[in-house]
Design a protein around this ligand. Sequence first.
Ligand code: S3P
Length: 450
Amino acid sequence: MQNKSGQPFSSRRPAAPLAGTLAVPGDKSISHRALMLGALAVGETRVSGLLEGEDVLRTAAAMRALGASVTRDPAGTWRVAGCGVGGLGEPEDVLDMGNSGTAARLLTGVLASHPFVSVLTGDASLRRRPMGRVTGPLAACGARFFCREGGRLPLTVIGAAEPLPLEHRLAVASAQVKSALLLAGLAAPGETRVEEPAPTRDHTENLLRHFGATIRVEPEGRGRVITLVGQPELRAADIVVPGDPSSAAFPLVAALLVPGSRVTVTGVGLNPLRAGLFTTLREMGADLVVTHPRTEGGEPVGDLTATTSQLRGGTIPPERAPSMIDEYPILAVAAACAAGETRLCGLAELRVKESDRLAATAALLSANGVSVRIAGDDLIVQGGRPAGGATVATHMDHRLAMSALVLGLAAAAPVAVDDASFIDTSFPGFVTLMNGLVAGPAPIASLEAS
Ligand code: S3P
């Protein structure tokens, strides 16, 4: 069904190969954290390369509503004058986190250890997503939570006046839950200890250290134990946000699939806990090369060049999931164009993303003539040359929209999406940047204009 207020777009096989060099917007995970930690620090934090997508702008607005000063100077540097740990104030209105699970979950952690009442909500997609995974463990700090059936937003948080430190072993490998607990632990005395069953993205830990907190990370079994010393004085620190590897995935996979292409994305964050897609694509035969490796703002960064390659299928192990959790829709598109079968294993967490991404990715492919099935938590994709020709329901999910549009660049017939507007949550400028890689008619276009 067509979303009435949506923006239908379609993509087709370009007349010429993709060629060129581009930079993608800043990392979404780091951008949210930079604003939140800046608001909890003393002094002025300057953030360059912040993702100015809708998700992050929601976090900026929320931190303002909680008392921090958050401004953008004309050159694009963001300045956050913080209130200090435990120093945020009660917001006058409901905090609307839009489409962003990261914003909602991390902020719930921050609010849990502030002694006031706040209410969080979000759009229809976010209001369907489970919050119990954060409110359950956060309750141990003394906060109280009231939400809808099934732990859904809107959520009222009554923060703890004297927060207790937390000690928790995560039930799922989730950086959002880990981060929520660490952020709550900032205002508690003593040590907050979080055990994760498998390593997940560690931007919160890296940034906490950057702001002067004492934090230990130790391996344990297949995972890690993170220990934060509570009530630090966080000191404002400048942050350079690298390009988002989850956004770079789209032009890079497009270049692998469109014959004769070669595309470089500069300044991509290459944190090993985020780089699972690049490892996987190389295992599938991708010509994907890193040049100019460097460290920027405490994170490994490099330029990535993709040259068209014949990919082959294979089995992607479940242990890979945390390091590429957001990349499965675009990986599934790559698998649909590979030789043979690809089995993507251990995707249970995809069911609670911006959409049920497991079902929606399967539907995206199958509507476009790809043979695909779900077996338990695995997605099994038969590769070949996708027929295309369908309109994909994107379910308010930016990554589904971009994945479908990349599929259209490689499929025999054009692929349409019912609504491309959500792309702006993480990758503003996606269509313009992608079209800029092609000499000749733009392969991605709005259907409203035609
Ligand atoms: C994120 C963690 C991931 C990811 C999300 C961003 C983060 O979620 O899907 O887009 O910034 O911490 P989970 O940690 O819940 O898997």
